[in-house]
Design a binder for this molecule. Structure first.
Ligand code: ZN
Length: 466
């Protein structure tokens, strides 16, 4: 038995692990590297294994940094079966299509730019929309939570709820090797409990080998209640003075969470009873529709909302802006509205137009509810820039700026430790999906297990880890 690490090793993107057991090669996730040119160049590098030799790809969830290299895997010869939960399969489709579209747009832009300097060759995207459409045929069996199934002789898989995004799973593999049973557990990304919509992470079983994420292995999150208080207050105050509230948001999970909390706020009298809200993102709208199709992933509160005849994501005053013309028409709306648009870090998408129209106005507010990486427009505004450049124009920052932490989709240090304790005393724990400064801090907190911090393309003989 061998375990190889080909992504998200001492960093947080590009998740890809390869298990060789019972004569089969099983990939767990095949994610895209994201953030910064150097990282993105990694995507074009060889995988570190032969895609044609892989039998199965098990997908933990549909975030791009876990599924984004699937089209590339297939272009390079993968002919195996992709197995995921039903919600992950549907979400992965829109996530991959969106990714291909962005790659095509960027390649076209670079080709045009290069042609102005006399270069004739086209710059090709990593993959295009047709490559993504071609992937869909490789999605095979659907994994249901908590129902073990045989992947292949001697290999049984159980997907358990990871509580991270809709359809997310940790994967338990029970493997027969030389007459003995071994259990290997892949955490995937783990959620933060008590969040809206989806269930808390299912407590994992005991395992011999654990591969786990450590994104927030060095810190604790702010509790949800004060976070919501801050969120509702910022919106109410801004609308009371007739201003607009712009919320840059990721399309998947965060946008649906925002709709859920806005509806709750209205129902519980913490927001005005009629609240004009525009969801201005075609992808967030599609993701919301996929959420509505998967009540099997919902927590008790959300199921109760559904049972009472109420859609958890809908309320009077909510408008979906799918077409560009709908998006532009929002500028003509007067009297104050909440506008949710992508991208979350304001690096592209429709939110840039809304920032251009609203940043300069003193009555308006911008609420940041997610991570803002260095070098992004979101980060400049969060860090207090007095002026920012948008579409070539200097825009003064006069609007109120709120940065509301506490909406994280990842477990914090305490929750990661509690999850790991439930795995018993694994012989070896491999720590992945964390920054290289963060992983050692978390590693020091683990007891009763041997800890490994793999480097990219590192290979382990699992007999030596058991
Ligand atoms: Zn994730």
């Amino acid at each position: 038995m061998k375990l190889e690490f080909h992504g998200a090793d001492q960093n947080v993107t590009g998740s890809c692990h390869l298990l060789e057991a019972a004569g089969k090669k099983i990939l767990i996730d095949c994610g895209l590297y994201q953030g910064g040119r150097e990282m993105e160049e990694e995507n074009a590098e060889p995988f570190g294994f032969d895609p044609a030799a892989i039998d199965y790809l098990l997908l933990t969830h549909a975030h791009l940094d876990h599924c984004g290299r699937i089209p590339l895997l297939i272009k390079q010869g993968f002919t195996g079966e992709i197995i995921a939960t039903a919600a992950s399969c549907e979400l992965a489709r829109i996530v991959l299509l969106d990714s291909a579209k962005l790659m095509e747009d960027e390649a076209n832009y670079k080709t045009k730019k290069a042609s102005r300097h006399g270069q004739k060759e086209r710059i090709e995207p990593l993959y295009n929309v047709v490559d993504v459409l071609n992937c869909f045929g490789f999605f095979g069996r659907i994994a249901n939570y908590d129902q073990p199934f045989v992947i292949d002789g001697g290999i049984q898989a159980t997907f358990i709820d990871a509580g991270h995004i809709l359809g997310s799973a940790s994967i338990v593999l029970d493997i027969e090797h030389q007459g003995r049973q071994h259990r290997i557990l892949f955490s995937g990304d783990l959620g933060y409990s008590a969040r809206a919509i989806i269930r808390d992470p299912t407590p994992p079983p005991h395992a011999d080998i654990v591969v786990m994420e450590t994104t927030y292995g060095d810190r604790l999150h702010k509790p949800l209640e004060p976070t919501l208080e801050e969120f509702y207050t910022a919106i109410s105050k801004t609308l009371a003075r007739g201003g607009n509230v712009i919320i840059p948001s990721f399309a998947l999970e965060r946008a649906q969470e925002l709709l859920y909390y806005l509806r709750e706020g209205i129902e519980h009298g913490r927001l005005p009873s009629y609240l004009p809200v525009f969801l201005d993102s075609p992808m967030a709208i599609s993701a919301t529709q996929i959420f509505q199709r998967h009540p099997e992933c919902f927590d008790m509160e959300t199921c109760a909302t559904l049972a009472s005849g109420q859609d958890p994501f809908m309320f009077p005053g909510l408008h979906f802006a799918r077409e560009t013309a709908d998006s532009m028409a929002i500028n003509n709306f007067s009297g104050g509205a909440v506008i949710i648009a992508g991208s979350g870090m304001c690096t592209g998408g429709r939110v840039k137009h809304h920032l251009k129209h609203n940043l300069w106005g003193r009555n308006n507010a911008i609420i940041f509810v997610g991570f803002a990486a260095y070098g992004t427009l979101a980060r400049q505004i969060v860090d207090g820039a007095k002026e920012v450049k948008i579409f070539g124009e200097e825009i003064p920052v006069n609007a109120g700026i709120y940065t509301i932490g506490g909406f994280s989709a990842h477990a914090d240090q305490a929750e990661l430790l509690a999850w790991h304790r439930r795995t018993g005393q694994p012989k070896t724990t491999f720590l992945v999906h964390g920054d290289k400064d963060v992983i050692p801090i978390f590693a020091n907190k683990l007891i009763n297990t041997r800890v490994e911090i793999p480097a990219v393309h590192q290979r382990y003989n699992l007999e030596e880890c058991l």
